[in-house]
Each structure stands twice: as structure tokens, then as C-alpha cells.
Design a protein around this ligand. Structure first.
Ligand code: HEC
Length: 464
């Protein structure tokens, strides 16, 4: 941003000096620069934009953190030849709002979010004129440097054990998928708070999500007479030739359900907003759940993954960041007359579910709970996602995705944080494109099944 804001003045000054030189008036620069300011600006608007002077300041602030050698994106935009070859695609991507990626609506009509790097009208115009014009290179000198690839400062690294996913094609709920849980010892010597995370899959094309749960091994499990450690040891020992255990849903039925955070493709460095963090006790271990999907990637069927978690801890925070997840479509799998299904052959098959604040297991004694962020989640047939909060007679939209894309499942942090009071209820509506399905689409863990999954990060007081 800063680099871009500075650019016009630098440019205008240079153009002015050039004009003055041309007129042989260099000696009177300071005085005449003022009076010629207007003429110089006119000259600038008429001029063809160049890559280094006009486009690079925009891409350096909004694109090249990803689009560089070693970055998240598949090609560079900090290089003239590479950018020029894709000029048309760049123009389409920014004008269509696909790049920079920001899936939730951010025009003020539904929720007010941080970190929105959408291009301004002026920036869109510069890129359009460059891409549809001569695509001139300009002079590299003075162009802004490429920003560093994002990395979580002060993080501690953990790796999941190397594993090649194995699937059961006969499983109607996960025919191409393996959900595997691995215990990971954080090695903490004191209670801490996670204030940021960065997940780097070993094989990006097969890792569809990572959820990190905390479990206290020494505590009693939900299975009678067994500690959590007993349960984890039994689960792990059941498949001695492979690390970890199969775990759809949470870490295991007999273990407590205490998610700390969830990663999905499109997230890179995630930092909890000021003063909040997810609590971990010195006695805890992590159970890291990795969802492998080998449907879209045939090479992935034999690929060995080991995923890196980088976590940043702090000793104290002001409030706890607590992960609240629910999916009213998935839960029908466990209902006696369930499950609900989506009709096949529809462009917009809608599913709506509701929960009161109390049903989300949020303490009814708290007068108001701040929502820090939201992470919508659906699978490949997802089209739109809509989250509304009702309180008394008021209803407001707090997150909406108009054009779902499984590759971009960010955590979107609020700038204006919605509040949930004890009477609040949440309503989630997902729509799905089921035109390619021959049979009703089941909810399920497999990427070919569907979810209408809401994940919220809320701030809770330290004492709760
Ligand atoms: C957060 C990382 C990130 C940022 C920021 C980002 N991109 Fe991308 N971009 C990607 C990735 C990853 C892909 C490939 C996957 C995809 O298309 O979703 C991509 C794909 C593209 C494509 C291919 C066509 C398309 O629409 O998918 C274009 C063009 C593009 N980006 C341009 C840009 C421009 C221009 C900017 C800045 C205004 C930008 N990107 C910002 C990560 C990023």
C-alpha cells in the first residue's frame, strides 16, 4: 500500500523535471515545478503505463508475496517476462475479483473484514490499460522490491509423520479420502497460548484440511476406566505398520473434542487478532488430524506426505480465542430418521440449518461474545455460503460467499466484530451445484460428499 501511495508523487516529480529539461528551464526547477504540476499530471495520464513504474508497485503490495519464486502461487509476477505473458489473465483475475483471493463478500453489505487487499478502481484501471495496451516494460530502476515470502516469526516447527494415504473405495462417505490423526507432543514446559500458526502441507494436492485438537493424556477419557493416553495408545497400536489412527469427525469418539484451529487450502500465515490466543496446557499433547484426498491427483495416490505445523506461543493473552465449529447438515448423519441429502441435478440445491448460541455450547452466563473471525467450509459442489445472526427481532448478515472455491478457505477476521448475546441464533445457508450427481448427495467427510460447515473463532474471557 505504502509503496503504491508514494508512487504518483515520485513519478510526477520526475516527469516534471523531464519537461523542464526539455524546455531548457532546469535552473528554475523549484518555482516552475509548482506551476507546471498540472501539465505534468496531464502528461502522465496520457502516457502508456509501464510494468516497472505503474504495475509493479501494485503487484508488489498486493500480489508478489505469493507470486514469486518459492511463493504459494504457481507463477511469478515480480518478473516482467512472466507477468507480460499472463497480462490478460491478470486483468481478468483482478477485475473478476478472484485475485487477490478474498472469498467473503467485502463490499460492506455483509460483515466488515480486515486484510482485504482488493484493488482500488485506480489500480484496476492501471492494470487494465497496461494489459490491453503495449504492455511496456519501463525502467526497472526504482521499482519496489519483492516482499519476503510470508513466514510466521518466532514459530516452533512440528512435523506429522510421513504417510502415504490409503482409501476405501467402497466407503460411501469417504471413497477417495483418508482422515488420519497423529499425536504430536508440543514439548511445553509451561501453559501457553497459540497466537499464530502456519501449516505447510508436504504434498499440497492431497492435503484437504488439518485440524489441531488438544488432549490431556493424563485425564480420564470418555471410555470408562481409561485415560486419554490409554485410548490414544490403543488407537495407535491398532495399525502398527502405519502411524496414527483413522479419525472422522473429531480426534476419536472416546477423546474430548477440543479443537484449537483448522487449516484449509488458501490459508498461509494466520495470526490471532490482538490480545487473543488459543490456550494449551503444559500437560497437553496435540492430536493433528489430516484429511487426505486422492481424488483429484493421481500421483497423490502414491505420494508420501509429511505436513509442517509452525506455531507461535505467547505466555499471556488478554482473552482466549476459542474455535467453535458445527455443521447442521453433517449432524443429520447421526439422527434416527437421517441423513438429509441434497437432490441431484440442481444448480442451486439449498440447505439451511440453525443453532442458538446455547446450542453451540457457549456459556449462557456471558452477556455478549465477540466473534473474531469466520471460516466457511464446503466441498467441491459448494456454490454460496450465507451466515446470519438473529437477535430479538434484528437479523443481520455477517458473512457471505457468492462464489465458493475450495482452494481459498481462509480465516476471515472481522474489523467490526459481531456480538452474540444469550438470545442470539445463527442461521447458515449453503447452496450446492448437484448437476453432475446421479444420486442424492449425502453429507460426509469425503470430498465427493458435502458439508455446510461453520467455523467461528470467538473471544472468551480468561476466567471462563
Ligand atoms: C495469497 C496468495 C496470493 C495472492 C496475494 C495473489 N495470488 Fe494470484 N494466485 C495464487 C495461487 C495459489 C494461484 C493458483 C491457484 C488458483 O488459481 O486459485 C493464483 C492464480 C492466479 C492467476 C491465474 C488465473 C486465476 O485467476 O486463477 C492469476 C492471473 C493471478 N493469480 C494473479 C494475481 C494478481 C494480479 C494478484 C494481485 C493483485 C494475485 N494474483 C494475488 C495466490 C495468490
Amino acid at each position: 500500500m505504502k509503496q503504491h501511495d508514494e508512487r504518483p508523487s515520485r513519478r510526477t516529480t520526475r516527469t516534471t523535471i523531464l519537461l523542464l529539461h526539455a524546455r531548457g528551464l532546469a535552473a528554475s526547477v523549484p518555482l516552475l515545478a509548482l506551476s507546471l504540476g498540472c501539465a505534468a499530471q496531464e502528461a502522465e495520464t496520457e502516457q502508456e503505463p509501464t510494468f516497472w513504474q505503474d504495475v509493479a508497485p501494485i503487484t508488489a503490495s498486493k500480489c508478489t508475496a505469493c507470486h514469486q519464486e518459492g511463493g504459494l502461487a504457481p507463477f511469478r509476477l515480480d518478473d516482467y517476462i512472466s507477468a507480460k505473458a499472463r497480462a490478460g489473465a491478470i486483468d481478468d483475475a483482478v477485475r473478476g475479483g478472484h485475485m487477490p483471493p478474498f472469498l467473503v463478500k467485502h463490499d460492506g453489505s455483509c460483515g466488515d473484514f480486515k486484510d482485504d487487499e482488493t484493488l482500488t478502481a485506480e489500480e484496476l484501471d492501471v492494470i487494465h490499460r497496461w494489459a490491453t495496451g503495449a504492455r511496456a516494460e519501463g525502467d526497472r530502476a526504482g521499482a519496489p522490491p519483492t516482499p519476503p515470502v510470508p513466514t510466521l516469526e518466532g514459530g516452533v516447527d512440528y512435523m506429522t509423520p510421513p504417510i502415504t494415504p490409503v482409501v476405501d473405495p467402497a466407503d460411501p462417505l469417504a471413497a477417495h479420502d483418508e482422515w488420519r490423526c497423529f499425536p504430536v507432543d508440543p514439548g511445553l514446559d509451561a501453559d501457553r497460548f497459540i497466537t499464530g500458526y502456519q501449516v505447510t502441507p508436504g504434498v499440497r494436492s492431497i492435503v484437504h484440511h488439518v485440524t489441531v485438537y488438544r488432549v490431556t493424556p493424563s485425564e480420564a477419557s470418555l471410555a470408562e476406566g481409561k485415560t486419554n493416553q490409554d485410548v490414544m495408545t490403543e488407537l495407535d497400536d491398532a495399525s502398527p505398520d502405519r502411524p496414527g489412527w483413522e479419525c472422522f469427525g473429531g480426534p476419536a469418539d472416546e477423546l474430548p473434542f477440543q479443537p484449537l484451529f483448522a487449516w484449509a487450502p488458501g490459508q498461509d500465515v494466520v495470526e490471532f487478532p490482538g490480545g487473543t490466543g488459543a490456550p494449551v496446557s503444559a500437560k497437553d499433547v496435540f492430536v493433528v488430524q489430516v484429511h487426505y484426498n486422492i481424488h483429484d491427483d493421481h500421483a497423490g495416490a502414491s505420494a508420501e506426505d509429511s505436513t509442517r505445523l509452525r506455531l507461535r506461543y505467547e505466555d499471556t493473552v488478554e482473552r482466549r480465542a476459542v474455535f467453535v465449529g458445527d455443521d447442521g447438515f453433517m449432524t443429520t448423519l447421526f439422527e434416527p430418521d437421517g441423513p438429509d441429502t441434497l437432490p441431484p441435478g440442481q444448480q442451486d440445491a439449498a440447505y439451511t440449518w440453525r443453532r442458538t448460541r446455547a446450542e453451540l455450547a457457549l456459556d449462557p452466563a456471558l452477556p455478549s461474545i465477540e466473534v473474531l473471525g469466520v471460516m466457511p467450509h464446503m466441498h467441491e459442489r459448494g456454490r454460496t455460503f450465507d451466515l446470519r445472526v438473529g437477535s430479538g427481532t434484528q437479523e443481520s448478515c455477517i458473512a457471505r460467499v457468492d462464489d465458493w472455491d475450495v482452494h481459498w478457505q481462509g480465516v476471515y477476521w472481522y474489523r467490526m466484530r459481531p456480538l452474540l448475546d444469550p438470545s442470539s441464533s445463527l442461521e447458515v445457508t449453503c447452496t450446492f451445484d448437484t448437476r453432475d450427481a446421479e444420486a442424492p448427495v449425502l453429507p460426509g467427510w469425503g470430498t465427493q460428499n458435502e458439508m455446510c460447515n461453520l467455523n467461528l473463532l470467538v473471544a472468551l474471557p480468561m476466567t471462563q
